[in-house]
Design a protein. Structure first.
Length: 136
């Protein structure tokens, strides 16, 4: 098998982000808000990894991916500062919803999380298109 290129990896990860977002929206529509925010986070996380693929970077840790993304895309101005807030708040909400007993995620919070994930993925998609990493 041929070695995957950074372009292949970026496209694969962006597609993964889109799929996770679709699952988050489905869960939201079914009233499963706790799981919807978790999937929305993973959609954002995969989109961040798609951006990192353009630099042939990744990390085995979530904090590492977030740190690298902020360092190479937010601090450099390649992507909007708003994305830093989105990824950090998505991670915080996912951690609370996955690990805190009796944590309740309401419809409004879940909807906001999904909306933020859409913004994040869209921004990364525009960046990837502008750099020739994806065609569509």
């Amino acid at each position: 098998m041929d070695k995957l290129t950074s372009k292949d990896l970026a496209a694969y990860r962006l597609n993964s982000a889109r799929e996770r977002l679709a699952v988050a929206e489905t869960l939201y529509g079914m009233g499963y808000y706790l799981d919807a925010v978790s999937k929305a986070y993973y959609a954002v996380f995969q989109a961040a990894r798609a951006a990192l693929a353009t630099l042939e970077m990744d990390s085995k840790k979530h904090s590492g991916v977030i740190g690298l993304f902020n360092l190479h895309f937010i601090k450099t101005g390649l992507l909007p500062r708003e994305l830093r807030k989105i990824i950090v708040s998505a991670q915080d909400l996912r951690l609370a919803s996955d690990y805190n007993d009796f944590y309740v995620v309401g419809q409004e919070d879940a909807g906001e999380s999904i909306g933020n994930a859409k913004k994040f993925i869209s921004s990364v998609e525009v960046f990837l298109k502008s750099r020739g990493f994806i065609d569509r």
